[in-house]
Write a protein that binds this ligand. Sequence first.
Ligand SMILES: NC(=O)c1ccc[n+]([C@@H]2O[C@H](COP(=O)([O-])OP(=O)(O)OC[C@H]3O[C@@H](n4cnc5c(N)ncnc54)[C@H](O)[C@@H]3O)[C@@H](O)[C@H]2O)c1
Length: 338
Amino acid sequence: MPPLLADLPPYLTLRRGALANAAAHLDLHRRVLVVTDAGVPPAYAQALAEAAAQSSPAAPPPIPLTLPSGEATKCPALLAAVHRALLKRDFTRRDCVIAVGGGVIGDLAGFAAATYMRGIDFYNVPTTLLAQLDSSIGGKTAIDFEGVKNVIGAFHPPRHVLIDPDVLDTLPPRQLRAGLAEAIKMAATSDPALFALLERSTDLRADLPEIIRRALLVKATVVAADPYEANLRRVLNFGHTLGHAIEAAARGDLLHGECVAIGMLPFAGPALRPRLAALLRKYGLPTTSPLPPDVLRPFLLHDKKATASAITAVFADEVGAFRFQSLPPDEILALLPP
Ligand SMILES: NC(=O)c1ccc[n+]([C@@H]2O[C@H](COP(=O)([O-])OP(=O)(O)OC[C@H]3O[C@@H](n4cnc5c(N)ncnc54)[C@H](O)[C@@H]3O)[C@@H](O)[C@H]2O)c1
């Protein structure tokens, strides 16, 4: 693991109230499509639309597009809806798409921007904690297809990511906790200082900007070293090997972050496990799988990281130290506590 970046890269703005000042960070002097979903408070997309209208009164007014919320939105039909909106309003390669929402809208709008006219500018304004500290950076965009998650996609990094922690005030607490699981994941493998901050925090709202900042430093460091997930970037999959299987087997009953929380503990060494379990419990995250190994087995074998005989998983032996190890699927399942 290279040393963590000292500062956020220039394509990231993280500030309370940043939404009200969007025009200072994004080039809005052009056609702008603002994509959001019906579960995101409309005021956030409106703030972007107003910033675009004010910064460029002569340009055509920004186009709002509100899609249904939920994972099912990452589908070919709604990808086509975004493309259709762009085409109908004569968007060219000089114009841009802004995502205002969680990882679902970021992935879908980002992929639409990646593919329209072979790629137009994309801005991400993430409004869930998961999106603010994880999915909005790194350039991965995708939709789901034929029941397989993220199988059609592209690397298309956003030109800028505008992160306003104030929008998290409206996020349901369960979603907030699920996002924290990804921060805990990055802390456990790569940042003892973030782990300690999460352990000692007594005022989560006050500490969120620093938690987001440190998690972004981990992700930005890893992504800069391995933009196309050839190697190091797989560290971000800590907790995901069993987590993905649990998420698929639970069929929507558990959030992604909750499954990652459950999926981390079996891969934590004895020095880390009690601290990690205490941290997960502190933030109201589950620590045991509601489903037994035999139910999870077929889902684990469908995991894209599976090969015929072995699955490569991320292990963390102590805070800030990780390793990759390949194990047969049954040995992975045997790591789950009885
Ligand atoms: N591209 C990547 O690198 C990457 C990484 C991790 C996850 N993902 C993807 O992210 C998606 C999950 O993202 P998510 O957890 O953000 O879920 P999400 O986008 O479905 O958002 C969760 C819910 O919160 C609502 N919401 C969003 N912002 C809100 C706010 N400020 N106030 C109130 N409600 C709000 C949404 O309407 C939605 O109902 C998955 O599809 C996953 O594959 C992508």
